[in-house]
Design a protein around this ligand. Structure first.
Ligand SMILES: Cc1ncc(COP(=O)(O)O)c(C=O)c1O
Length: 375
């Protein structure tokens, strides 16, 4: 970063392929296993850019899980489409069977969200998408680097979005990336994220120029990400190493079970689902435990702007262009609310030495057994 400040070239395109942002993109593309990475200034804008690149727009419906950060639902609205919410299943990710039920002639895309470092059932989702000719934009904002059946998340759908905000596996404070193997989608994404793309001298493409946003990053962000990238795999390795230890706290407990995982051999996240919401609530008092319904910002019932269908200007409201009235009533999503009320997430403590996590494991064991004795 100090080198970037010293040479004063803060525009990411000034130094071409020698720039830190370009070098970071090449390294990240190799690590994740995709042909193209485009760094942008947030995960939200990575989702918006992906949808715009894929040609999603007014009149289209986009399937989004009812449990995610609100940005997954705001991104379709930003390109003029409407989000249609889909229940999750016990894996805490979008339920493929529910996707099938929510598809209409207007459905154009699915945004499977890999929540809490937990992969969606991508085999089932890709099969449905191909059968219905739908675009898949993986929202891997919360799962950068995580594997699913030997592939990294973000390399499976048509496009993917990463977030590099303060809370993520790889961070530059704010930031994000668009990933794709499709050359045309990449060219369109690069065009959409930069109003100055017509003066950049990128290699020629047949894609006609269209109007754009400015979602570029500066070289300062690129330099931070470039420096952070080598820390990603060791972080994930520490999570993987702590998983069996922390999971063992729940062995033989009859009234709870480990949440199903789409690729259990690669799990870097641990959640437990109880028989009742009361048991989950009591267990959430233990250190390093969080009941998901209490992390309210990720629950659709709190997405006021989505639920009230308000836009910054009434004539720019995507719901005016939708083919039908979209119903966001909570009754349709009771399955999601019930799962979130009964599920607790257990911190794997990647930042702590394993000795501390052994003590935490014992404390969790005591806490979960105490619930049984309460009756
Ligand atoms: C699942 C999910 N999608 C999208 C985003 C948006 O990312 P950003 O905050 O970088 O805009 C986040 C960020 O928290 C997220 O968790």
């Amino acid at each position: 970063m100090s080198r970037v400040l010293a040479h004063g070239q803060l525009l990411r395109y000034s130094r071409g392929e020698r720039g830190y942002t370009a070098k970071f993109e090449a390294k990240l593309a190799e690590k994740i296993g995709v042909d193209h990475v485009l760094t942008v200034n947030s995960g939200t804008n990575a989702l918006i850019t992906s949808l715009a690149a894929a040609g999603v727009g007014p009149g289209d419906e986009v399937l989004v899980p009812a449990y995610t950060w609100v940005s997954s639902a705001l991104a379709p609205l930003a390109v003029g489409a409407v989000p249609v919410l889909v229940n999750i299943n016990d894996s805490l990710t979008i339920d493929p069977a529910e996707i099938e039920r929510r598809i209409t002639p207007q459905t154009k895309a699915i945004i499977p969200v890999h929540m809490l470092n937990r992969p969606c059932d991508m085999d089932a989702i890709m099969e449905i998408a191909r059968r219905h000719n739908l675009v898949v934009v993986e929202d891997a904002c919360q799962s950068v680097g995580v594997e699913y059946k030997g592939r990294r998340l973000g390399s499976i759908g048509d496009m993917a979005a990463f977030s590099f905000n303060h809370f993520k596996n790889l961070t530059s404070g704010e930031g994000g990336a668009v990933l794709t193997n499709d050359e045309r989608l990449f060219v369109r994404a690069r065009m959409y994220h930069d109003p100055g793309s017509f003066i950049r001298g990128h290699e020629r493409s047949n894609e006609p120029l269209f109007s754009a946003m400015n979602f570029k990053v500066s070289e300062l962000t690129g330099a931070v990400l470039h420096a952070q990238l080598s820390r990603l795999d060791p972080l994930l390795e520490r999570m993987r190493a702590r998983y069996p230890l922390m999971a063992s706290a729940f062995e033989g407990v009859e009234y709870c079970r480990i949440s199903p995982h789409s690729d259990p051999d690669n799990a870097v996240a641990l959640s437990v689902i109880f028989d009742t919401a009361e048991q989950a609530k009591a267990f959430a008092e233990a250190r390093g435990v969080e009941r998901l319904i209490d992390t309210d910002r990720h629950v659709f019932t709190n997405w006021e702007a989505v639920l009230t269908k308000r836009a910054f200007h009434p004539k720019m409201n995507p719901h005016n262009w939708a083919a039908r009235e979209i119903d966001y009533s909570a009754e349709q999503y009771e399955t999601t609310l019930d799962i979130l009320a009964r599920t607790c997430r257990i911190a794997l403590g990647a930042q702590f030495p394993i000795a501390i996590m052994r003590q935490r494991q014992k404390a969790l064991r005591r806490a979960v057994l105490a619930i049984s004795s309460r009756g």
